[in-house]
Ligand binder design. Structure first.
Ligand SMILES: [Zn+2]
Length: 471
């Protein structure tokens, strides 16, 4: 009996000493703190409540709109409680208004079948005028198709861009990147060849009835024609009709550019670094969204992820060594006015952003971070990041090369590390730029795990720094 007790005692001591040995390592202190970050956010984090307010109480926050101004005030008020300083940084944004109605009808050759398919005007589009426009539809897959058809094939017609996002791409952002030129530049190119309007297949991987808006850009001084996105189901319907016969379309929208240069603001909140105040770590998302829906995934999620970093570090009594700055950028969607204004102000002050992390890929389950920097310094940065793989592996987080975020990309010249938060991307384009991008599309736990991933990365960057040399 005694010998059994002694044996158990010695085993207990052995286990305790093993635990002690493990816990003395810096890596285990880091592992413990990263776990505390996750515990704190999963049980006490406010990000989902903030996102509910942004998405449902305030709603879509197109740059220049009243909603965007309300969101600026709301987030600044929240952030003021978690930062040493908070301020509004002026920037110039376009203010485009959708108007009150969009009509798209397709009409068969005999004129005895008219189908009202509806749509969403593309951001920055001009209107059709009060009578709308009606013309024969010509379907194309690419901008080069338009160039090949030339004025003879395009003049006086409505060009229908109908190239789907590539379903075989595992990373859906690559599929988006491979298709989005139709929306961004398609109307301008069609206009050059005399088209009078454009219909664009929605940028999504699903077949459904939701049109997806998004920015289009005209060439400076070039012709401007109205552009409306139609759902993937309606694009397939129109395609099927065009296989059989000549089809006309009717388009109406009274959207318009209200103000090319309106005053707006980025929201900035900062905790000064205790040891290296001149080394800045930025975490941010974009405040503006499209006007339809609530901008929940795009990019309310990125805003509240970033706000959650500050709330969490305060709750855990963590005093950063480096200056930590949360930035909610204005006008990512249709101009990047906020990102440019931030970079210009930063350059004027001679700042160095050691690292900048942007969350603009939704509030889905975190996968890790994409990393970018100038070519000569990137390999050294990346090798340092990979040393943290063991700490991040329990959370299924890793690093990939390439890409960060649109708002922080103008900071690349400062020779720091740029990162994009990368959640699972399979459902992002179900909601992107639609009326259904609302809080109901966001899973609270997934959103919080994303905030915890970003906070963990901020902690590691702050605690260790990252150097241009390969230390
Ligand atoms: Zn976005």
């Amino acid at each position: 009996m005694v010998s059994t007790c002694l044996r158990w005692l010695s085993i207990t001591v052995l286990i305790a000493s093993l635990c002690t040995i493990e816990l003395t390592g810096q890596e285990n202190q880091d592992a413990l703190f990263i776990k505390q970050i996750h515990n704190q956010i999963l049980t006490e984090g406010s990000c989902y409540d903030w996102l509910t307010h942004l998405s449902e109480e305030i709603g879509g926050r197109l740059a220049g709109s009243e909603e965007s101004e309300i969101a600026v005030r709301y987030t600044r008020d929240v952030l003021a409680d978690y930062a040493d300083t908070s301020y509004l940084q002026p920037c110039t944004v376009p203010y485009w208004d959708r108007g009150d109605e969009e009509v798209v009808k397709i009409i068969n050759a005999q004129g005895n079948l008219t189908i009202d398919i509806g749509g969403l005007a593309l951001g920055n589009s001009v209107g059709t005028g009060p009578d709308g426009i009606k013309a024969e539809v010509v379907e194309v897959k690419t901008l080069d198709d338009v160039r090949s058809l030339g004025i003879e094939g395009i003049n006086g017609k409505i060009v229908f861009y109908n190239r789907p996002m590539d379903p075989t791409q595992i990373r859906t952002f690559y599929a988006y990147g491979g298709a989005v030129d139709q929306r961004v530049n398609g109307p301008a190119v069609a206009a050059e060849y005399g088209a009078i309007g454009t219909l664009v297949r929605s940028m999504t991987t699903v077949s459904d009835d939701n049109p997806h808006t998004g920015v289009t850009r005209y060439k400076e001084g070039g012709p401007q024609i109205p552009a409306i996105a139609i759902s993937t189901n309606d694009a397939d319907l129109l395609h099927d009709m065009l296989e059989k016969e000549v089809v006309d379309a009717f388009m109406y929208t009274n959207c318009r550019m209200v103000d090319e240069a309106k005053l707006s603001y980025n929201v900035v909140a900062e905790i000064k670094g205790s040891t290296y105040p001149d080394e800045i770590i930025l975490v941010g998302g974009h405040m503006d969204s499209w006007d339809v829906g609530g901008g929940a995934h795009d990019d309310g999620a990125g805003c509240v992820h970033s706000m959650q970093v500050l709330e969490t570090l305060m709750a855990l009594d963590y005093q950063p060594k480096r200056t930590l700055r949360c930035v909610l950028f204005m006008n990512e969607e249709n101009g990047l006015g906020g990102g440019r204004a931030y970079a210009e102000a930063s350059a004027a002050k001679g700042e160095w952003h050691m690292a900048a992390i942007e969350s603009d890929a939704g509030g889905f389950t975190p996968r890790g971070f994409s990393c970018d920097a100038n070519d000569d310094i990137f390999p050294g940065f990346y090798r340092q990041l990979l040393k943290w793989n063991d700490l991040l592996e329990p959370y299924f987080l890793g690093f990939v090369k390439g890409g960060s975020g649109a708002d922080i990309s103008p900071l690349k010249g400062q020779n720091g590390l740029l990162m994009g938060f990368r959640p699972d991307s399979q459902r992002y384009f179900d909601y992107h730029h639609t009326a259904i991008d609302r809080i109901s599309a966001v899973n609270e736990r997934e959103l919080k795990l994303g905030a915890a991933a970003i906070t963990s990365m901020v902690y590691l960057l702050d605690n260790y720094g990252i150097s241009k040399g390969d230390e």
